[in-house]
Structures are given as structure tokens and as C-alpha cells.
Design a protein around this ligand. Structure first.
Ligand code: HEM
Length: 430
């Protein structure tokens, strides 16, 4: 039992050095440790077995709704991550229609011209790789999910600000709707998102296109059930956030890692150049296995979501301890991604650990969980891989970049991982 009060003690420590803190706690207390929080018990579970038990959630013993809604309900109400059991299964089935292979092929075809044109403008010294990538992934999400062909004119200042504020508010410690507290800014950002998408919905219902927004408006499960207007708007706001923030985080990490490891960058560039000038289509992107390993390794070292919360709703046992309903349980991809019992030299950037000959990630099905697992496993993981590959492919073909050996990217892990300095970089033409 760790006796600190996480709200004032470990919360601040966790924001500064989450991995170090989890490793120290695990050495002291073992794979499960408990802390005091007002009105509940907080248990952190640090093992691949715990990831499996908690995320698979056999017999619905844990609630994602109770785990997530405390963080996101005020800014992303009605998000699918905040649903459980039958409601979650039903909504997920309908949403799945927007992620089937035919739809993904179409999204890839649609995003290519935008990526090619945008990346071409990135030559030279850039103050923030993160800002460039965030703007691009938000434009891709707008173009592919909301308004085809509109990304360039969408006036993204307010939309981007609204997403940033809403995400920051998810971990606000002071939860008062008092301007200019981050919480209050987040609540206003969330209201802006709802208004923005709701205003577009009647057109989507009247004249659906093949964008994800229309797919959500049209989608029906096998019993013919569709989403209500409110559900469509809530799902879209959450999907847009989930889609561009996590992909931006991963792309920034890759720019950093490949800048620190020129040998990997050169190898990936040679493969990208060998594929010819035309932007790769769906099948070519799916076939980029070397690039996929680099992405998997970046997701291992810097999982955009370092912790996932659930709340016990039926008595639940883990590593020999029993937990009562009401206990908040957190599992950590970050911890298992650096566990020396599972990975060789876990601090090293070594994409080939994912190659079939080594397959280090297959020692335990739940040791590598950047996309989570079980019923709430990321619905957009395949889209994310396609988008990240398509953007990196363009970057690698056009530019070289490097970072000083001494430079270590200063990193903020929560609520979504990103560099504190934006990652300044210079892109030089190949
Ligand atoms: C590298 C990119 C991404 C990462 C690392 C990531 C990570 C995750 C994780 C860890 C979860 C599970 C959370 C939990 O179980 O508590 C999740 C769920 C989810 N993700 Fe992603 N995600 C990514 C990209 C995307 C994209 C591109 C989309 C949409 C296009 C998306 C949509 C969602 C949705 C809707 C859920 C909730 C699913 C459910 O509750 O059934 N994600 N994501």
C-alpha cells in the first residue's frame, strides 16, 4: 500500500516522470499497488497479464464508462469509450461500418493529394514538427471524415483550438467552470465542436457523401438500427479528436527517432524511393512492413495513451488480490512496453524486434498494447497505420533530417503524449 495522496503527491510526480514512477512503485510493491484517493481506492496494475485481464474484461466485471467519463464526459460526452456492455456493443457495431476495408480504401485515395501537396511545402527550418503534423492530421481528418475537399479552406484556427482545449481539460485538476481555467476553456471548446458538427448534420442526412460523417449518419447494424443526431455528433467529435491527436503524437515521435537514427531513416528512404513516384494506394501501404515495424517501435517507446482506466463493477481478482466494486483500476502500456522481462534492451530504438525472426512482441499477447485490447480496442488502428505510413512515405521521399546527438526530446505524457518544445527540425531536400 502506497500511502501518498495521488491528487497532490503522485499526480504531479506522474506528470513529470510517469515511467520512472511506475517502475519505482513496481519494485517496491509488486505488480499491483493501491493508493488512497478521496472516496475510492485507486489500484495500478503493472503486468501484461493485468493488461489482458483488465482490457479483455470477460464477464463485464469492469466499466470503461466509469473509468473514462470522469476524464472526458464534460468535453466529449457520448464518446464510445465511455460506454459499457450492450450499449457499447451496439454502437460499436454501427460505427464499425465506417471502418470496413472498402471505406478505408476510399479514405486513403482521398487523403493522398492533400498529403503530397502539404508535405512538399515543409522544406527548410521548422520551429515545430509537432505543429506541422497536427495541422496536417487535422486537415486529413476534416477532409476524410467531415467535408471532402474543404480542408484547405476550413479555417482551422477555432477548430484546432477547440480540440486542444477539450483534450487539456480532460486532466484538469481544478474542475471549475471559471474562465480562464483550463477546465472552463475545455468546456467551451467542446460546446464549439458540438455546434460546428451539428450545423453540418442536416446536409449529411440529405446528401450523404462517402466521408466518415456521412457513414455515421447512414450506418445501420444488422437489425437496421441507426445513430440518432446527437449520437452522430458526439461520435464524430470524439473520433476526430482520437484520430488526429494520437496520429500526430506518433508521427512526431517517428520524426524524432528517425532524426536520431539516420541509418534507419536511410533504409526506410531507400524503400520509399523504390516504390516509384505515384502516391501509394491502400494495398501498397498495407505492404510496407519495414515502415510498419518502425511505427510499432515508436508506439512501444512512446504510447500516446500511457494509462487506461477502468472501474470494478463486480468483484474482481488480480494477481491474488480481490477488489470490490468502485475500485478504480489503471493499466499501463507504458510500463509493459519497457519491461525488461519482455523486451531486449527496451530503451533502444530497434524496429527489427518486431520482425518475424525475432517477434519479441509475441511473448505475451498483451505486452504491446498501444491500441489497447479487448472490446474497446482502438477502432481506428488500421486507419492510423495507413495515415502514418502515407505521411512518412512522403516525408522520407522528399527530405532528410537529423538531430544533434545531445538533443533529447522533452516530453509531456499526459493527457496525450507530445513534445514540450514542439520538436524544432530542419528538412533538407533529398
Ligand atoms: C496511433 C494512433 C492511435 C492510438 C495509439 C490509439 C490508441 C487507442 C487506445 C489505447 C484505445 C483504447 C482505450 C481504452 O481501452 O481505454 C483507443 C480507442 C479508440 N480509438 Fe484510437 N488510437 C489511435 C488512432 C485512432 C484513430 C485514427 C481513430 C479514428 C479514426 C481512433 C478512434 C478510437 C475510438 C473510437 C476508440 C474507442 C473504441 C471503443 O471504445 O470501442 N483511434 N485508441
Amino acid at each position: 500500500m502506497d500511502d501518498s495522496w495521488p491528487i497532490i503527491g503522485r499526480t504531479l510526480e506522474a506528470r513529470r516522470d510517469l515511467l520512472g514512477m511506475l517502475q519505482r512503485q513496481e519494485r517496491r510493491f509488486g505488480p499491483v499497488y493501491q493508493q488512497r484517493v478521496p472516496s475510492m481506492r485507486l489500484v495500478t496494475a503493472l503486468s501484461a497479464d493485468a493488461n489482458e485481464l483488465v482490457l479483455r474484461n470477460k464477464d463485464d466485471v469492469l466499466s470503461s464508462r466509469l473509468g473514462w467519463t470522469r476524464f472526458i464526459d464534460h468535453v466529449f460526452p457520448g464518446a464510445i469509450m465511455g460506454m459499457d456492455g450492450d450499449q457499447h456493443r451496439r454502437q460499436r457495431r454501427i460505427m464499425q461500418a465506417a471502418f470496413r476495408t472498402a471505406a478505408l480504401k476510399d479514405y486513403v485515395a482521398r487523403m493522398s493529394p492533400l498529403l503530397v501537396a502539404r508535405v512538399a511545402t515543409w522544406r527548410g527550418r521548422q520551429r515545430s514538427a509537432y505543429a506541422l503534423l497536427k495541422r496536417l492530421t487535422l486537415d486529413v481528418a476534416t477532409d476524410v471524415f467531415v467535408r471532402p475537399g474543404q480542408a484547405a479552406r476550413a479555417g482551422h484556427g477555432p477548430l484546432n483550438r477547440a480540440f486542444v482545449d477539450a483534450v487539456e481539460a480532460s486532466i484538469a485538476i481544478l474542475r471549475y467552470d471559471v474562465w480562464p481555467l483550463p477546465y472552463a476553456r475545455g468546456v467551451r471548446g467542446a460546446a464549439y465542436l458540438q455546434r460546428h458538427f451539428r450545423a453540418l448534420l442536416p446536409d449529411k442526412r440529405r446528401e450523404p457523401g462517402d466521408d466518415l460523417f456521412s457513414q455515421l449518419a447512414l450506418a445501420r447494424d444488422e437489425d437496421g438500427e441507426a445513430f440518432t443526431d446527437e449520437e452522430v455528433v458526439h461520435h464524430l467529435a470524439f473520433l476526430m479528436m482520437a484520430a488526429h491527436d494520437t496520429s500526430t503524437s506518433t508521427l512526431t515521435t517517428l520524426v524524432y527517432l528517425l532524426g536520431k537514427h539516420p541509418e534507419h531513416q536511410a533504409r526506410l528512404r531507400a524503400e520509399a524511393l523504390a516504390l516509384g513516384d505515384a502516391p501509394p494506394e491502400f494495398a501498397a501501404l498495407e505492404g510496407m512492413t519495414t515502415l510498419e515495424r518502425a511505427i510499432s517501435e515508436a508506439l512501444r517507446l512512446y504510447p500516446p495513451l500511457p494509462l487506461m482506466p477502468r472501474v470494478v463493477v463486480k468483484p474482481f481478482a488480480l494477481h491474488g488480490y480481490r477488489f470490490d466494486p468502485g475500485t478504480l483500476v489503471a493499466v499501463s502500456p507504458l510500463f509493459t512496453h519497457y519491461d525488461e522481462r519482455l523486451w531486449l534492451n527496451p530503451y533502444r530504438f530497434d524496429p527489427d524486434r518486431f520482425a518475424p525472426a525475432r517477434a519479441e512482441h509475441q511473448r505475451h499477447r498483451y505486452q504491446w498494447v498501444p491500441f489497447g485490447g479487448g472490446p474497446h480496442r482502438c477502432i481506428g488502428s488500421r486507419f492510423a497505420m495507413l495515415e502514418i505510413k502515407a505521411i512518412l512515405h512522403q516525408l522520407l521521399r522528399r527530405f532528410r533530417w537529423s538531430l544533434p546527438a545531445r538533443y533529447e526530446m522533452p516530453y509531456q505524457l499526459m493527457p496525450i503524449a507530445k513534445p514540450r518544445d514542439g520538436l524544432p527540425i530542419e528538412f533538407t531536400a533529398v
